[in-house]
Design a protein around this ligand. Structure first.
Ligand SMILES: Nc1ncnc2c1ncn2[C@@H]1O[C@H](COP(=O)(O)OP(=O)(O)O)[C@@H](O)[C@H]1O
Ligand SMILES: [Mg+2]
Length: 324
């Protein structure tokens, strides 16, 4: 072999070795990449599962707040309707005695003196004059109690809207009203609720999710106003351009700058264990984002907090939502 051919052969095999090495490297790298991708997919799936578990636990906490309020609201009318029915039962027995007597005499042309006396005695011992008066009040009270319970149940159904999963035209004021009714027992007697509702056009959305957001914000406001002397909750609605705006203001403890910074982070809470899940605001934020809206906050320690919810009047179907 000539020197030239020898050199060529050497160069060729060097090049071949380098190529093989490069191919091997590429092979290793793509295998590595493939494995990394698989790991990423697995952790993404795990993250999604954890997220939905969290949503569930926050839903359970919301459900706890709701059930406590509803039980409290229903308990009182339930107790008096129950007791009224007890009285009415006794009254019916007295009326039956009167009816029996009247029936036994229905064919008499005239009552004897002793029969008239018997009738007078029955009316007196059974206190039928009182019963006749009392019965009207008892029935009216019971009717009112049942109306109250019906109202609570209706509000709960309107609030929960649980079956609806798709987009619909949402009446936000109705949502705010039923949320306030549901929270009545938490607000009653202490918190002054100032409603400044300007009529709103229907907004495309998921009623149950928007109601959950209102609930989360109002419950937080109640917690924040625990030590406020004259707790006041102001709720305003209005239309601004192509958006509706809902402002919820409290005069509670307010927030320091670093609390505001972390407010929407999952698990962020300043409340003791068992009292706060730290998920309310993070979920509310993603709900409003999912509605292509904005959730903004302004707060001053010792003064209070205002949440501004902006929701578009029309949904842009071309925007891909990145919330999972
Ligand atoms: N209206 C408010 N006033 C003062 N602080 C608030 C208010 N709303 C929320 N916060 C603060 O934000 C934190 C996170 O709220 P949230 O996500 O609802 O979780 P949680 O209520 O379970 O603590 C609260 O712990 C509280 O410190
Ligand atoms: Mg909360």
């Amino acid at each position: 072999m000539s020197d030239e051919a020898q050199a060529y052969k050497q160069a060729y095999s060097r090049e071949k070795a380098a190529r093989l090495e490069a191919e091997q490297l590429l092979d290793d790298k793509s295998r590595e990449l493939f494995l990394k991708n698989q790991q990423l997919e697995a952790s993404n799936k795990q993250l999604k599962e954890q997220h939905s578990a969290l949503m569930r636990s926050e839903k359970m906490a919301t459900l706890g707040t709701l059930s406590a309020g509803v039980a409290h609201e229903i308990n009182n009318p339930l107790a008096f309707v129950y007791s009224n029915l007890g009285s009415l039962n006794g009254y019916v027995a007295s009326y039956q005695k009167l009816l029996q007597l009247a029936q036994s005499w229905q064919d008499n042309e005239q009552l004897s003196a002793s029969q008239t006396e018997q009738l007078r005695q029955l009316i007196e011992t059974e206190d039928l004059a009182f019963i006749s008066e009392d019965i009207i009040g008892l029935l009216a009270d019971s009717q009112e109690g049942l109306d109250r319970m019906k109202d609570i149940v209706q509000n709960l159904r309107r609030f929960a809207h649980s079956q609806e999963t798709g987009w619909e035209d949402v009446n936000l004021i109705e949502g705010l009203e039923s949320t306030l009714k549901i929270l009545n027992s938490q607000l009653k007697n202490t918190v002054i609720v100032d409603k400044h509702f300007e009529a709103l056009p229907p907004v495309p959305g998921k009623a149950n999710e928007l109601n959950q957001t209102f609930l989360n914000i109002i419950v937080n406001a109640c917690h924040a106003m625990k030590d406020t002397e004259r707790p006041q909750l102001r709720i305003e609605t209005g239309v601004a351009g192509n958006e509706v705006l809902i402002k919820i203001t409290d005069n509670g403890c307010g927030m320091e700058e670093e609390v505001i910074q972390s407010l929407f982070d999952p698990f962020f809470t300043t409340k003791p264990v068992g009292e706060g899940t730290g998920m309310g605001m993070s979920i509310s934020y993603s709900i409003i984002k999912d509605h292509q809206g904005r959730l903004q906050v302004a707060s001053k320690p010792g003064i209070g907090t205002r949440f501004d919810i902006y929701l578009p009047l029309e949904r842009n179907e071309n925007t891909v939502s990145d919330s999972f």
